[in-house]
Design a protein around this ligand. Structure first.
Ligand SMILES: [Zn+2]
Length: 377
């Protein structure tokens, strides 16, 4: 007896399958006839993917500047797992951990290498905030919560310290089992070339399509040589849309050059969720459909690529034995006007619309899904 049976789910390759769930795990896929406590027919109409993973959010409710509730950026919008990107450092990580145990959304953290985290914009302007032993203790206290490190490398954050915080971050990374390191880029100094040259396989550049001086393209619209070298070494690109870090012109040009993101993420928090231009992960994903990625490419960026980049086991794939985290969504044909971080707009015709999410085997309808009454979980 299965706990839940999703019948006739449409996958992004347009095949249709049944998905059975038991004890919070995916129990079977294919043509399934066994009995289930609950059975939901999706009629081959509604898409199902592995649960969406947002690789860059801010959801520490006690953050003075970039706060939100995990479930507001997560399960309410069809996102089953969120990775908070450096809202907290060693000083606040315990509080963050405790608060997020009540969330339905699975929450992980990239620990800010600054022990004070994002209590202000300039957390790396004082090198005394980079305390390697405090990082090590925090990682040891929360081995299943801290999945990587975060260093924000832009002028307003590092002050007069140039590239030094990143050199410290790389040393700290080595001391902590080579955890993935996410590096924020934006205004210089330090220059992006200096940053890119320090990064190694598995490191993640976030805000990869920003329009600031540290954009990945040269003034002539070619990929910077330093970034090309970094990508060849296995450095990964993450979108991290945010309030000020994504523009259509850079994204379109990069994608035309074949420079695709490994992960599509939102950099969402309450302000850019409510007022835009982020709104939701689905909204950011839809922008990538509008600039030319296919639906399977977009979904891969929020499922298996995200799980791989942050080494999340048992997530990101529809496979037997994996966590029963799933997202049910429609691809709606409707006119929609998207806005980037510099108020440029883009007319599009499709919107990815989450209807429900299943997290550890339990179903949660989104507002949209409840309103449509297409099915009930
Ligand atoms: Zn961020």
């Amino acid at each position: 007896m299965f706990d839940l049976l999703l019948r006739r789910a449409r996958l992004v390759d347009d095949t249709v399958t049944d998905i059975a769930i038991s004890a919070g795990k995916i129990a079977a896929l294919g043509d399934i006839s066994g009995p289930a406590v609950k059975s939901v027919d999706l009629h081959g109409e509604h898409y199902v993917s592995a649960g969406w993973i947002d690789s860059h959010v801010h959801c520490y409710p006690n953050s003075p500047i970039y706060h939100d509730q995990p479930d507001s950026v997560g399960i309410a919008t069809g996102v089953t797992t969120v990775i908070d990107a450096g809202s907290t450092g060693a000083d606040d990580i315990d509080d963050f951990y405790t608060l997020t145990r009540q969330a339905t959304t699975e929450v992980y953290a990239l620990l800010n290498i600054s022990r004070v985290g994002l209590i202000a914009q300039n957390e790396l302007a004082n090198l005394n905030n980079i305390d390697a032993s405090a990082v090590r203790d925090a990682v040891q206290r929360h081995p299943d919560f801290i999945v990587g490190l975060k260093a924000r490398m832009s002028s307003s954050v590092v002050g007069d310290n140039g590239i030094t915080p990143l050199e410290r971050a790389k040393a700290i990374q080595k001391e902590n089992g080579d955890l993935p390191l996410m590096v924020h880029i934006g205004n210089n100094p330090p220059n992006l070339d200096e940053i890119a040259d320090l990064l190694t396989s598995g490191d993640i550049i976030t805000h990869c399509y920003n329009g600031k001086p540290n954009r990945i393209l040269t003034p002539g619209g070619e990929l910077r040589a330093s970034v090309a070298r970094a990508l060849r070494r296995g450095v990964r690109l993450d979108v991290g849309h945010g309030s000020a870090s994504f523009i259509f012109t850079v994204a379109k040009r990069a994608i035309a050059l074949g420079i695709l993101p490994q992960t599509i993420s939102s950099d969402i928090y309450c302000r850019n969720r409510i007022d835009g231009p982020v709104r939701s992960l689905a909204n950011v994903m839809s922008k990538f459909l509008a600039i030319g990625l296919s639906l399977p490419q977009v979904i891969a960026c929020v499922t298996d690529h995200a799980a791989e980049g942050l080494r999340l086991k048992q997530k990101g794939r529809l496979a037997v034995g994996y966590d029963a985290d799933l997202t049910i969504f429609d691809l709606k044909r409707q006119p929609v006007l998207f806005t980037d971080a510099e108020h440029e707009s883009l007319q599009a015709e499709q919107l990815i619309t989450p209807l429900a999410a299943i997290r550890a085997g339990h179903g949660y309808m989104t507002e949209q899904g409840s309103a449509e009454h297409a099915f009930d979980l």
